[in-house]
Write a protein of this length. Structure first.
Length: 168
């Protein structure tokens, strides 16, 4: 029994836009027909020429010519030079950092020794010996009460001397 419903038209893909919510897959195109005037020997001869041409191009691509080798060697030399310089700079910097650490340790040791010597010097000062040398050898005496002048503290917390201190 034949159906009486009208069948929808198949969409054409030439227009570039297909209406509807589902798009059908395009039908595969047929392979182009061979020219009837060609003979089998000619197509094989052409294919072998193309294969030979492709093989030659591949061989040329694999060959290294002089400019390519020179550029490759120059790039390798530059890379090696940069790497060697980097390693030298890093080792020099590491050596300088070690030297700085050693000098800092030496500085701290010297500061500690200096502080210890200063403490020993301060404890060696014998005030009785200083008084004895000052009075007996140098003829120095303590000041009397009338030789000491006292100044009152001013508001500005420092003494300003406008004139010479009078000598008695």
């Amino acid at each position: 029994m034949a159906s009486t419903r009208p069948r929808p038209k198949r969409p054409t893909y030439e227009a570039g836009y297909v209406h509807g919510n589902t798009v059908l897959k395009p039908e595969p195109q047929q392979a182009p027909l061979k020219h009837p005037g060609k003979q089998k020997g000619q197509s094989k001869h052409r294919e072998s020429k193309n294969a030979l041409r492709i093989r030659r191009n591949q061989e040329k691509a694999l060959q290294m010519n002089l400019p390519y080798v020179a550029a490759l060697v120059a790039a390798a030399c530059c890379s090696l030079y940069i790497c060697v310089n980097y390693i030298q700079l890093r080792s020099g910097m590491t050596a300088r950092m070690d030297t700085i650490k050693d000098l800092e340790k030496q500085l701290n040791t010297l500061k500690t020794e200096n502080d210890a010597l200063e403490t020993r010097i301060n404890t060696y000062v014998d005030l009785d010996y200083v008084y004895k040398v000052a009075t007996e050898e140098l003829g120095m005496v303590y000041a009397n009460k009338d030789q000491v002048l006292m100044y009152d503290k001013t508001e500005s917390e420092y003494v300003r001397q406008d004139e010479d201190i009078p000598a008695n």
